[in-house]
Design a protein around this ligand. Structure first.
Ligand code: DQQ
Length: 581
């Protein structure tokens, strides 16, 4: 993401300058390559294309937009460049599915055509209004200076099962920036929720100087919108906020909730996509409906050091409520980590990650994410390992399935926590990535590193390890580090290739001496879920040897404490039958 060019975390006071450099001085949000954005892909390269992730047949994609479930059909819209493999010429591409697995591509739903969006149709959300009427809110770009306004679109024929055509009424734009708002940082309206006063509310991303802001707008009729004096939420020092998402989660965790549920046994989630770091951060908190304010729970870290949906390549996510299964589903986008000219050569860039259900962790301090259950219908051949001990330095191959396109679930257990290494108090307790890059998967530890070696070549010239390493801090509390380390993922080492040692801590009680991991491996992506979805990390990698049938999968232990694979189930993953994205 942006970080590949500019390591911002260590340089917070310079972040704004840095983000402007990344964006060529314009708050356009993506790197602009005018010379490349309309070069159509003649030959699309298959190497590194995914087998079961959502990706169009060619060209660039970014943010998932307005996902929704309507009359038995899932709709996924997404930012798409129909003309090339880099960001630009953005339209709302549109695909539909009955099961979140098999997708059919339709014509773009929204594309620049009117004065209120002629320079771009940027991100937004869908809301289903009473009477079962879907409406999309999106950001239109109205001039070359990137001035942003908020527009709406409605289906031409609400009885059309796929809602092929969308109309942009002439009374657009609905919302323009007032004089207090930065009109080039004014975008990405959320799904609306209904207040007790009968007024709809939306929030959208903005910034005021270095303060990230989520502006609040209210409307009685969804047409006339008034800005609230106070934003829903804001935070100094975080820069521009993109793609905010604001929704309730059930405290009981039995049934998830429509976005308009604003009271009851719930907590609220506020997610922001930080333009400067290109990560999706969230807090849990309370929505004060009287003051129309979001208040993060005590103890929640807001901003740069806060919780992330994913500690790897995952950005501009958007959730929606699925009433057919009473669940909330999260879509996130992963861009490429290879140089931009490689994207042009391969003719494509960007994938949507596997949709995840999100629920509140029973500890009420974070969310749990898990691939939607429908993914399991793609599982093919299964191999398993039970009670297999891994002594120090041991590695075992998981054979019998194609390791480049697989789903692996493993539970590791250990007899003792004694050998956990001391957590040096001088380490930055927030900088898991630094710790992961220093310690890696090969530096011998006490309890760990242990985990999986994914997309590995036979002689280990290339591999992407996903693993845990356990420390003990001065208060004798265990600190679990989870890494998905791309640093050795590819022998290719050209300038502009980003191979981060992505990492996060896992807030898990390991007194039962067990840790679980699930990894979805798909040619150039490894999506991992630690401790049943407490910490998630996605890596994009480009092996040169560990491809197709030459990819291997291993479990390993490089700690002095013996670790047991209590159970490991791995499945080959089939391609969906219909993947006409
Ligand atoms: N991408 C969209 C913007 C959004 C950004 C433009 C986030 O609306 O802020 O393609 O990736």
């Amino acid at each position: 993401m942006g970080l590949k060019k500019c390591h911002l975390l260590a340089a917070l006071p310079f972040f704004l300058l840095c983000s402007l450099i990344l964006n060529n001085g314009v708050e356009a949000s993506h790197n602009v390559h005018e010379d490349l954005q309309s070069i159509s892909a003649e030959n699309v390269k298959d190497l590194h294309r995914t087998g079961y992730h959502f990706q169009p047949t060619k060209h660039w994609i970014n943010d998932p937009n307005g996902p929704m479930y309507f009359n038995g059909v899932y709709h996924l819209f997404y930012q798409y460049n129909p003309k090339g493999a880099v960001w630009g010429n953005i339209v709302w591409a549109h695909s539909v599915s009955k099961d979140l697995i098999n997708w059919e591509r339709l014509e773009p739903a929204i594309f620049p055509s009117k004065s209120f969006d002629q320079y771009g149709c940027w991100s937004g959300s869908a809301t289903i209004l009473p009477g079962n009427k879907p409406v999309i809110l999106y950001s239109g770009i109205i001039d070359k200076n990137n001035t942003q306004v908020q527009n709406y679109a409605v289906p031409e024929n609400v009885s059309d099962p796929y809602l092929h055509k969308w109309i942009k009424p002439d009374n657009n734009p609905l919302i323009v920036a007032d004089k207090h708002v930065n009109k080039t940082a004014f975008r990405d309206p959320t799904t609306a929720w209904l207040g007790k006063d009968g007024q709809w509310r939306i929030t959208l991303g903005s910034r005021k100087n270095d303060k990230g802001v989520s502006l609040l707008y209210k409307s009685k009729n969804f047409i006339n919108w008034t800005k609230s004096k106070k934003p829903l939420h804001s935070l100094a020092g975080t820069g521009n906020w993109e793609c905010p998402d604001f929704f309730p989660v059930s405290i009981q965790g039995t049934k998830e909730l429509d976005t308009s549920v604003i009271e009851g046994d719930i907590k609220h989630v506020m997610k922001i996509s930080l333009d400067a770091t290109r990560y999706d951060y969230y807090t849990l908190g309370t929505y004060d409906t009287k003051k129309d304010k979001y208040i993060p729970d005590k103890g929640m870290v807001d901003g740069w050091n806060g919780l992330r949906y994913d500690y790897g390549n995952f950005y501009a996510s958007k959730s929606f409520f699925d009433p057919s299964k009473n669940r909330r589903i999260l879509w996130g986008w992963a861009n490429e980590s290879d140089p931009v000219h490689d994207d042009v050569k391969k003719g494509w860039a960007g994938i949507q990650l596997i949709p995840r259900t999100i629920v509140l962790d029973p500890n009420h301090k974070q969310l749990l994410q898990w691939p939607v259950e429908e993914l399991e219908t793609l599982r093919g051949k299964k191999v398993e390992l039970i009670n297999k001990k891994l002594d120090k330095g041991e590695r075992v191959e998981i054979e019998g399935i194609p390791a480049a396109q697989a789903d692996v679930e493993v539970t590791f257990s250990f007899n003792s926590l004694e050998k956990a290494e001391p957590f040096d108090p001088s380490w930055d307790s927030y900088d898991a990535q630094k710790l992961c890059s220093q310690k890696g998967s090969t530096v011998q530890g006490g309890l760990g590193p242990f985990g999986l070696l994914t997309l590995a070549s036979e002689k280990l010239e290339e591999y992407t390890p996903v693993f845990f390493r356990i420390f003990k801090d001065q208060e004798q509390k265990h600190v679990v580090l989870m890494c998905s380390d791309a640093s050795r993922s590819s022998l290719e080492d050209k300038k502009g290739m980003y191979k981060p040692s992505s990492a996060g801590f896992v807030d898990v009680d390991i007194n039962d001496k067990k840790l679980s991991l699930r990894s979805l491996i798909d040619h150039s992506v490894v999506e991992s879920f630690g401790a049943k979805g407490k910490t998630c990390i996605t890596s994009r990698v480009y092996p040169t040897i560990a491809t197709y049938d030459n990819a291997h999968l291993y479990a390993f232990n490089n700690g002095t404490e013996t670790v047991e694979i209590e159970s490991l189930n791995a499945w080959s993953m089939n391609k969906p039958q219909l993947m006409n994205h």
